[in-house]
Design a protein around this ligand. Sequence first.
Ligand code: PLP
Length: 406
Amino acid sequence: MTNHNYASRVQNHNSSIIADLLVQSSDPQNISFAGGYPDASLFPSADLADAFQHAVADNTPAVFQYTDAKGPQELRELVAARHAKHMGYPATADDIIMTQGGQQAIDLLASLFLDAGDGLAIEGPTYLGAISIFENYAPKYYEIPIETDGINLAILEQQLQANRGADRIKLLYLVPDFQNPTGITISVAKRQRLAELAETYDFYIIEDAPYRELRYRGEHLPTLQSFDTHHRVIYVSSFSKILAPSLRIGYICASPTILTAVAGLKSAADIQSPNMTLDALTYYLNHYDIDAHIANMIPYYAKKRQTMIDALHKYMPSEVTFTEPEGGFFLWITAPASLDLNAFMYDVLIPKARIVYIPSQAQYIHGDVANSARLNFSAVAIEKIEPGIRLLAETFTNYLTNHPAE
Ligand SMILES: Cc1ncc(COP(=O)(O)O)c(C=O)c1O
């Protein structure tokens, strides 16, 4: 974006990178491992249509009226009950605010905590949509690398100790389960320690967990929030991945004090979320079994994940490594350090193989890691996964053979 009248924070905004990737991703000639969409064939379309019909027919005229910025009491009770059952935190309706997706939840929390120059710790890499939000608040970033069991706590503690002034870390943003983009999950020991650190060093944690319930292997781990005894962990979730993203429904679970401040900000942002969709969700949760719906989706996603991992094992040259996530939508590939996977995608991969992924640069704050990329397995048709990965692997093999590392 280049208009000198625009705010300076917008000038280097990453939205143009995302817009270009969306164009590449939606080109029908390309096999896209770039998107982050759920599989549309798994939406409970008939049940949601029924829920919307009832939401309007049963609640007229209230469904068309303004309401509480936090969302209807009955829905917050239903969401709190689910939260208590699945996330191990004894939430009540007073601890819940409904938002327009997890995206708005992150934005409201960034707006609550961050003045320009305030310290924000994030995982490196992290969810590129969160980067787009944080850029608007011009924080001072502390980008903490990720290990196989999640965020590197030694480096985080070092940064917490070293920076005690005005730019100290006030907020830490994490995606603990099947992280977007790496698929990595934070270990139980680290979760517990993170909750302790937040109290010791006086900062807050956003636990952003939209993929948590989509686990294909292993046991569910306790949430960070379940270790939190001081209201330091603010939990963000979403119905986008487990029901449908167009609902634009997410929620924040936090202490009532924090939620009162968030509700004020939400009121300023959009007055309220649309009643019609919130009432439809209330009807859906009262009349359909969302847990059974999630359980039904899991084998489909598990099969896509396995197909991609098997193909990577079979075809990828040994110089290219990859994560094997236990859930979620994504895995992360890493090529030799000399290979720039953004340039490789535009110069070689798209012209020769018509394959797209999300290169790592856009998923780091300073764009300084170039040899990794995010691959999505949820949205691509299952029959395209094996041939797509084979082609990707062959293109890597040819390239690496012709350009051996110095
Ligand atoms: C980690 C993470 N957080 C939040 C979101 C926002 O999703 P939504 O606003 O649809 O809930 C996404 C979407 O891809 C995501 O991957």
